[in-house]
Design a protein around this ligand. Sequence first.
Ligand code: ZN
Length: 144
Amino acid sequence: MAIRWQRPTVDTKFHIDMEWWREQQRDIRLYIRDALCSECRAEYGENYRELQEVDWVDEQTGEVMRVDALWHAVCTCCSLKPDYITPNTPIIDAIFRTFLANGNKPLSVRELYERLDRRPPEVILRILTAGPTYMGIRPVYEDS
Ligand SMILES: [Zn+2]
C-alpha cells in the first residue's frame, strides 16, 4: 500500500516536473524562449508573453489539446533544426531540450543517453539525482 521510495536507476523514467517550476516560482517560458531557433526568436521573442495557447492534435490519439504556443513552436520547428542541441550545449540543457522536443514524454536515463550520446548513463543519472534539481528534471513518481 505504501509508496516506497526507490533509488532511481538508469531505467527510472524522468520528465520535466511542472510542479517544481510552480514551487520555485520560476517561469519555464523564459527557458523555452531560449530554445527557440533564430527565426522563431525573431518572430516571438519580443512579445512571447502575449503568445498563449494553440490547438495541438496528438497524432496517436487524435485528441486535440491546448498547448503553450512557444512550446509548440519548439516541437514543430526549432527542435528539428541541427543547432537545437550541439556538442557545446551543456548536458543539463540538452536533457531539458530533449524533453521540450518530445512534448515532455518521460524518458529513462538510458533512453536519454541513446538520444544524446554524450555521457555514460551512470554519469547522467548522477547529474540528475545528486544534489539540487536542475530545470525541474525529476523522476516520474507513480502511485502504486
Ligand atoms: Zn523555430
